[in-house]
Design a protein around this ligand. Structure first.
Ligand code: HEC
Ligand code: HEC
Length: 390
């Protein structure tokens, strides 16, 4: 936990004390929260298989992913914020310091933690919410690519400029021919990016390969049993695709750092949030629904690949999985009066480490990553570029 450590430890006193009295493993008392074995919820299990990708499209998408020229000032690429070396998210900034909130287009800063792109393709199953922590992004992955490329605080790129830049690079000219049988355009660029992002899926998580430790097996029983995680984190993607308020504390940097603040205000205004200038909190799913009961709700995120994707939560406020489990043991965050879906669990120390072991068992043993593409800064101009029309 980055802020308020005294609060969390004060609260710890009650459930930890209780666990001591009971003194055995699997002591959680919140049995009303979930039926035994997760019965009644979409079962957790291996992810569905995916169709063999189109290699030419994937290769083109991978190059675009690392190519800063698809951002307005050619300063950042997708990989700047979704770093393949950091679980396609970001833990550390350029100086190697922990990073809670994402970078943004040069000159501004983001107000959300960059989520992993691993398994993000499976969000397509959630028909009624889009991508992003609050579901405000896109109705399909192709839309999300457009959002990310054109959004001023993300890549601030004009699709016509993207078209032109691809058209002028002989490598893309060739790739477009191979992948799409024709000339480059921004729509083909987006399709290629989707093809690449869709290849990012879990490889060999012990949960999927059936090689879980005993600790992780016990953690699973808690997860599906009295710890009640299964209520929201269910199905193969470990998400119900629905908004909930768990009471994660606000990340005050959003209000103290002018660059983050201005980015946040702009998004509220652009989405037509009522009284966009008065909110002093991340409104969450309210941004999408405009229903006051949705203030502070975020779409349940996947729990796959967490070993590589910290810090956690929409605003990076929780640094480790141990602290996440501690957070739930206390019944979630208590500063938000609107958060009332969670209650204290009374986990023993053993239970907590078992749950953490289970969460780690949902991460691939072989990290899901790709080698960075080197984008040459200089290349020969296309000879007859004036004659090429598209
Ligand atoms: C400047 C940093 C930055 C750049 C550059 C960036 N992203 Fe993101 N991306 C984010 C942040 C932050 C979010 C979460 C936004 C939110 O929830 O409000 C996000 C969300 C996403 C999501 C939704 C993930 C999910 O599971 O909901 C996808 C997919 C995505 N980005 C793909 C891309 C691709 C592809 C590119 C390059 C074309 C890209 N992003 C460029 C920061 C960035
Ligand atoms: C009421 C629904 C609900 C329940 C029950 C629930 N979660 Fe969550 N979980 C969420 C939501 C929503 C978020 C995102 C909150 C945010 O970003 O502010 C989340 C986030 C997380 C994260 C962070 C993921 C990331 O990528 O940042 C972890 C880890 C997690 N939950 C584990 C658990 C465990 C373990 C349990 C059981 C002890 C549990 N959750 C119970 C809804 C729930």
């Amino acid at each position: 936990m980055h802020t308020h450590p005294p609060t969390i430890f004060r609260r710890l006193a009650f459930p930890a004390g209780l666990a001591l009295v009971v003194g055995v493993s699997m002591t959680c008392f919140n049995t009303a929260s979930a039926r035994q074995g997760g019965a009644g919820y979409p079962p957790i299990g291996p992810l569905p298989g995916i169709n063999a990708p189109n290699e030419a499209k994937v290769a083109m998408g991978r190059r675009l992913f690392f190519d800063p020229r698809i951002s307005g000032d050619a300063g950042i690429s997708c990989a700047t914020c979704h770093d393949p070396e950091q679980g396609f998210a970001r833990q550390l900034d350029r100086e190697g310091k922990p990073m809670m909130l994402s970078d943004a287009y040069p000159g501004t800063k983001h107000f959300r933690n960059a989520p992993t792109l691993i398994n993000t393709r499976f969000k397509a199953q959630f028909a009624d919410v889009g991508w992003g922590w609050d579901g405000h992004m896109g109705a399909n992955l192709n839309d999300v690519m457009r959002d990310q490329i054109t959004e001023t605080m993300v890549m601030n790129m004009d699709m016509r400029l993207m078209h032109e830049r691809m058209k002028q690079d002989p490598v893309y000219v060739k790739m477009c021919q191979e992948a799409f049988g024709g000339e480059c355009n921004s729509s083909r660029g987006r399709k290629a990016l989707v093809a690449f992002v869709e290849t990012l899926v879990s490889i060999d998580a012990p949960f999927d390969t059936g090689k879980m430790s005993q600790e992780a097996e016990r953690g699973r029983a808690l997860f599906e049993g009295c710890a009640g995680c299964i209520r929201c984190h269910n199905g193969p993607y470990f998400s119900d695709g629905k908004p909930h308020n768990t009471g994660v504390a606000e990340n005050l940097d959003i209000f103290q750092n002018p660059l983050r603040h201005v980015a946040y205000r702009a998004v509220l205004t652009n989405h037509g949030v009522p009284q966009s200038d008065i909110w002093r909190r991340d409104v969450g799913y309210f941004l999408v629904s405009k229903e006051y009961e949705d203030v502070g709700k975020f779409i349940t995120p996947t729990l796959r690949e967490l070993s590589y994707t910290g810090p956690y939560m929409h605003n990076g406020m929780i640094e480790t999985l141990e602290e996440v489990v501690e957070f739930y043991d206390l019944g979630g965050g208590h500063e938000d009066p609107l958060a009332h879906e969670l209650s204290p669990l009374g986990l023993s120390d053993q239970d907590k480490s078992d749950l953490v072991a289970f969460l780690h068992a949902l991460s691939s043993v072989t990290p899901v990553t790709v080698e960075a593409e080197k984008i040459p800064e200089k290349y020969e101009p296309i000879e007859d570029w004036l004659e090429i029309h598209n």
